[in-house]
Design a protein around this ligand. Structure first.
Ligand SMILES: [Zn+2]
Ligand SMILES: [Zn+2]
Length: 134
């Protein structure tokens, strides 16, 4: 191994981290509103300082909205008030747009109120006579 030089590096391989002046504004598409926003040099430097590896996914507005949403849920949980949720879905039977007060689990059909009552007539009749005991 006579031809191997120990401790000597090629000068162009030595710069593994970028200096501030090598950063430039980056355009990112917001995952919430699909609009482009600018990830500025200053913010990139901040991310690097904090050792954050993933660039932001949301624009400022959506990030703020998300934080407010989380804060509202947190406040509601702290105060013991149940958060009323409304999830937009389309009925699995008639495709009508409707809202349900829960997050439907994947693969489970969700029905609008009228379809739900049609499929579950016992809820309307309400007489538990035990005729249909399984
Ligand atoms: Zn956005
Ligand atoms: Zn329906």
């Amino acid at each position: 191994m006579a031809d191997r030089e120990i401790g000597v590096r090629k000068p162009d391989a030595a710069t593994t981290f970028a200096a501030d002046d090598e950063l430039f504004d980056t355009r990112i598409q917001c995952i919430d509103c699909s609009k482009d926003f600018v990830w500025t040099v200053g913010e990139q430097a901040f991310y690097r300082d904090k050792k954050l590896e993933n660039p932001p996914k949301r624009c400022k507005d959506c990030k703020k909205a998300k934080n407010e949403r989380l804060a509202a849920i947190e406040n509601a949980q702290r105060s013991g008030v149940k958060q009323r949720i409304e999830v937009k879905v389309s009925c699995a039977r008639c495709s009508e747009a409707t809202t349900v007060p829960f997050y439907p689990s994947q693969g489970r059909p969700v029905y609008c109120r009228s379809c739900f009552l049609e499929l579950n007539p016992s809820i309307l009749n309400g007489n538990g006579n035990g005729n249909h005991a399984a």
